[in-house]
Design a protein around this ligand. Structure first.
Ligand code: DGL
Length: 261
């Protein structure tokens, strides 16, 4: 069981920002990644739809023998993780909107959050905000269009810069000093985001905290893989296989097995 793989899924390629962090901190684990790029973005979709897809993907990953599943998608975490935990007897790790560390670190008393419609309308975001950022000015913005650019493997172009300027400028007027990347796709646009936000704003990516949490759950439940494995990860996509392979290879810096579902 401890040498079974970890499953990771996302609406598409965004969860690879969590995967990247995972393999650098927990290198012995084998990973099966499922990107639902054929159905991305999840952000504007209904809760019922996201629960349905998350359930189907979980069944797929469990059939592959996964011992733990990381829902590497803020939108799917908000919509579906409690349903998944009730339905399946497997540990699930979800995304935290990282408001807590940003609220703790702010000096100006203002923080920004970029995310999807689904994430902001879910109760999880509202609860986290109420619990940890009650005394902080939180400016959130649905960052429509960014996920699509990441899915195309695009960054550093003027269209992205224009969108980011529209989303981030109003936050700068409110003097934010931390900006939470509330969608796992956004770390792939970190350079573009930093350029618009300026050097006075610290970007907060929750991937590291999620990986630390995964490590402690693996240890606590006796699921950690202690044997050095010759890990060969597998990637599944409902989207374009060639495009996915190119992006996965460039992110992981090696040739990978990418299959279509
Ligand atoms: N990567 C996603 C998230 O963290 C999904 C965004 C989307 O598909 O709209 O929210």
């Amino acid at each position: 069981m401890s040498d079974s793989p970890i499953g990771i899924f996302d609406s598409g390629l965004g969860g690879l920002s969590v995967y990247k962090e995972l393999i650098s901190h927990i290198p012995n684990e084998q990973v099966i990644y499922f990107g639902d790029s054929g159905n991305a973005p999840y952000g504007p979709k209904s809760t019922d739809y996201i629960i349905k897809r998350s359930t189907e993907i979980t069944e797929f990953l469990l059939a592959k023998g996964c011992k733990l599943i990381i829902v590497a998608c803020n939108t799917a975490t908000a919509a579906a993780i409690s349903h998944l935990r009730t339905k399946f007897d497997t540990p699930f790790i979800g995304m935290e909107p990282a408001i807590k560390p940003a609220a703790k670190a702010t000096k100006t008393g203002s923080i920004g959050v970029l995310g999807t419609q689904g994430t902001f309308s879910g109760g999880h975001y509202q609860n986290t905000k109420a619990k940890y950022a009650n005394n902080v000015n939180v400016i959130y913005r649905v960052a429509t269009g960014l996920v699509e650019y990441v899915e195309q493997g695009e960054k550093n172009n003027i269209y992205i810069a224009e969108l980011l300027t529209k989303y981030i400028k109003p936050m700068l007027l409110e003097n934010i000093d931390h900006l939470v990347l509330g969608c796992t796709h956004y770390p792939f646009l970190s350079d573009d985001i930093q350029k618009v936000a300026g050097s006075g704003v610290t970007l907060v990516n929750p991937a590291n905290a999620v990986v630390r949490h995964t490590l402690s759950v693996l240890k606590m439940s006796g699921l950690i893989n202690t044997s050095k494995s010759n890990r060969q990860d597998e990637f599944f996509t409902t989207g374009d296989i060639e495009k996915t392979k190119r992006i996965v290879d460039s992110i992981t810096m090696r040739m990978n097995i990418v299959k279509s579902v």
